[in-house]
Design a protein around this ligand. Structure first.
Ligand SMILES: [Zn+2]
Length: 288
């Protein structure tokens, strides 16, 4: 089954929810980023969180989530769009931290102090930007805090990445539940106590449950209306033209220096690790 996301509303219109299986894309992006185990779990959670928050995007709208903490991972950045294309990167892919008991030390790897930035390009003149302080640095709680306090939509977020004995991604996924206006936060409190009884999302995925079935387990017996299913996949929109524009933006002096020193340039995309080669003559053509 391909990675995908399902979005539903409860029949009484009080809650909206989304669940996602992100196993393949987390596997692929973490392989490209060469993350160690703790970094895989941290980046995998942020990728899953972006997929869930991205389910409300439309048309050419884009969403980016960035976490900047004082831990060894440095900056984590994830981007997605309305079509379910996702890319992500981490500044330092090796957290180098031992697990704490049976859990990976995601909060230690991200750092206990720092910010979650949310940037939405909704096709308006300026992108919407918001930032909140990290709460627990476990990613899911930080996203829930942002949604509840900054967007003022009471929300509960569960994100999971499970690794097998060899350290490969066995399952990744999560869900988001939001109280719709007039917004009865009590419903979410009730939900949170139900959630404590539920096995982790990744166990449900490993049992073969689809995102839709997971939402049924989370939301109980009430009827759900499926609003949308979106395929999720890693995709990097970088291209030669964009990289050329970036090089041109460095200015004529910098371009001349690159021609004189190496008769060309090599630019690596931080997201997909694609390398773009520009010859001296191609750099010459970028001069303004
Ligand atoms: Zn790229």
């Amino acid at each position: 089954m391909c990675d995908h996301l399902v979005r539903v509303v409860t029949e009484d219109g009080q809650l909206r929810a989304a669940a996602a299986d992100t196993t393949e894309l987390v596997r692929e992006i973490c392989a490209r980023q060469q993350t160690d185990l703790t970094a895989t779990v941290a980046l995998g959670r942020l990728l899953t969180g972006a997929a869930l928050l991205g389910c409300l995007l439309k048309g050419s709208q884009r969403l980016a989530l960035m976490i900047e903490g004082n831990g060894p991972l440095g900056r984590l950045m994830v981007e997605t769009d309305a079509d379910g294309s996702i890319r992500g990167k981490v500044q330092n892919p090796v957290a180098g931290l031992p697990p704490r008991g049976d859990r990976f030390d995601v909060a230690g790897a991200i750092g206990h102090a720092g910010f979650l930035h949310v940037i939405k390009d909704l096709g308006l003149k300026e992108p919407y930007r918001s930032l909140v302080q990290l709460q627990s640095s476990e990613v899911g709680e930080d996203l829930a805090w942002y949604l509840t306090h900054s967007e003022q939509v009471p929300s509960c977020v569960a994100l999971g990445v499970e690794l097998d004995a060899e350290g490969r991604v066995a399952a990744a996924g999560g869900f988001l539940v939001q109280a719709l206006p007039p917004g009865d936060a009590k419903q979410l409190d009730l939900l949170e106590s139900t959630l404590r009884e539920l096995p982790p999302t990744t166990s449900l995925l490993r049992q073969g449950l689809t995102p839709e079935r997971i939402l049924q387990q989370v939301l109980g017996p009430q009827p759900l209306a499926v609003q949308q299913q979106t395929r999720l996949a890693f995709s990097c929109p970088c291209n030669r033209e964009q990289i050329g524009n970036m090089l041109a933006g460095l200015g004529n002096d910098e371009l001349s220096a690159m021609i004189a020193e190496q008769n060309g340039a090599e630019v690596n995309c931080d997201y997909c690790q694609e390398t773009y080669h520009f010859s001296g003559a191609e750099l010459e053509a970028l001069h303004s």
